[in-house]
Unconditional design. Structure first.
Length: 441
């Protein structure tokens, strides 16, 4: 006899929809408290199974990964945006594309990007005047977009900034788990869907312009865009310009908003924890003095590393993963039907007191070698894990640390909101603009 996981019951359509849509974060937490590590529920007619124990998560992402695909829930939501790009593609096609793109994220390449990252950060910060209030999350989103455009696609974002303005946020909002329409098709003409359509059109225009300009260029830089264009132009492959568009959209959307959030949450956490901030500043003074940070400095900055790691624990930019079982599976003692949508919430696991003492406190000091050695593998997984782990993990971590270090060397950030609150969009968005006053140090 099959044993389904426990979970909240209710009318089949409304099911758990209302409470979840009202507040996905506390609903996830409540389910974990009431029903345990594996919880089944029905949201807008779809079976969701939340899995929140590191051992089960490891089975899904690593040991049994061949039985869990990216799934129809994610494809319905994101298929339009990222198409057959790396995030959603599967099987042999995914494997070949991953191998093709991976070298762009190797250590030697990253070293070349580091200087551009610091240069772009300085240029952005030069626009800030001491004493003014800025919207930190938007500033950092523009910055990471500019960094990505320059390092991976060799173009200057200023040419396209107008078209890009708010694109990522609009697209991320379309996925907001707190809106009933997220569970409905994107073609239904709600105002949010219309904004989303416009953002998508802008994104496509920019991407196709960039491809065209690069093809017309005589001496192309040796970057991710060059690698992708060479693959499409290679008669041995049957890749098309559409594949190219999908990979570019995937990298842009997967890579800049997440990194901007990691930076936002690190800087706001430090601004609210003066002791932790003082330790990071003292370390930067000692190791860097007035010099710009370089990639070789990073291993000498353990406090900065812990500050970022802890911010990504407390506020994981990708706050939940989704997978779909492609055959009936057993998770722990429960049966999970074929086609169930699994939700694997970093939000719950990173705040679980079984793994993290005082889980809601920002405590960078917890990240000692002994603590890390004692932590179950999948109690902390801001970049996912297994074969589908984030291809941009090293890039994103390096970028976050270089940007945070460069900004702290120049400014003090005074957080202007009473609290941070969050929206469960595609990524963990701040619910309100993050206003901070910047003062030159
Ligand atoms: C620093 C912040 C970042 C975070 C928190 C983050 C998080 C993640 C997570 C959780 C996944 C797995 C998604 C899933 O399996 O459903 C992922 C995948 C991915 N990320 Fe990131 N990411 C970050 C930065 C980046 C950067 C900088 C890039 C590109 C430059 C990038 C590109 C991608 C791509 C292409 C995938 C799909 C990989 C595949 O399935 O083969 N990410 N990321």
């Amino acid at each position: 006899m099959s044993t389904l996981p426990p979970g909240p019951s209710g009318l089949p359509v409304a099911g758990s929809t209302l409470s979840f849509v009202r507040d996905p974060f506390s609903t996830y937490e409540r389910w974990a408290e009431e029903y345990g590590d594996i919880v089944a529920t029905n949201i807008a007619g779809r079976t969701f199974v939340m899995v929140a124990h590191p051992e089960h998560i490891e089975r899904i992402l690593v040991t049994d990964q061949q039985h869990y695909g990216k799934g129809s829930f994610q494809r319905d939501q994101l298929g339009d945006i990222v198409g057959d790009g790396l995030l959603l593609s599967e099987g042999e096609f995914w494997h070949e594309q991953r191998n093709r793109l991976q070298p762009e994220f190797f250590r030697e390449q990253l070293t070349q990007y580091a200087t551009m990252m610091v240069d772009e950060t300085r240029a952005r910060a030069d626009n800030w005047t001491s004493g003014e209030t800025i919207t930190l999350n938007s500033e950092l989103q523009h910055l990471t977009l500019a960094i990505m455009a320059r390092t991976l696609f060799g173009f200057d974002i200023e040419d396209a900034e107008g078209q890009f303005a708010n694109t990522a946020r609009t697209i991320s909002e379309r996925f907001n788990l707190s809106h009933v329409s997220t569970y409905l098709a994107a073609w239904i003409p709600t105002p949010r869907n219309r904004r989303y359509r416009r953002a998508m059109n802008n994104l496509d225009t920019v991407i196709y312009d960039v491809i065209e300009a690069r093809r017309a260029q005589d001496d192309s830089p040796n970057d991710l865009l060059a690698t992708l264009i060479a693959a499409v132009d290679d008669p041995e492959t049957d890749l098309t310009d559409e594949t190219l568009r999908d990979e570019i959209a995937t990298v842009i959307l997967g890579g800049h908003d997440t990194a901007a959030l990691a930076m936002t949450y690190t800087l706001t956490a430090l601004a609210r924890h003066p002791d932790a901030e003082a330790e990071v500043r003292a370390e930067l003074d000692e190791v860097l003095g007035d010099d710009d940070p370089t990639v070789t400095d990073l291993p000498a900055l353990p406090r900065l590393d812990a500050a970022v790691k802890e911010a990504m624990r407390l506020h994981p930019p990708a706050y939940t993963l989704f997978r779909e079982s492609n055959r009936p599976m057993k998770i722990g003692e429960y049966d999970v039907p074929e086609g169930a949508t699994l939700t694997i919430p970093q939000w719950v696991v990173h705040h679980d007191s079984r793994w993290f003492e005082s889980p809601w406190e920002y405590q960078p000091d917890r990240w000692t070698d002994e603590f890390e050695a004692s932590l179950p593998e999948y109690a902390y997984f801001p970049f996912c894990g297994g074969k589908r782990h984030c291809i941009g993990m090293r890039y994103g971590l390096m970028e976050t640390k270089l940007v945070v270090a460069t900004l702290l060397q120049r400014f003090r950030f005074d957080f202007q909101l009473p609290e941070l609150s969050f929206a469960a969009a595609l990524t963990l968005q701040p619910a309100e603009p993050v206003s901070v006053r910047v003062t030159t140090v």
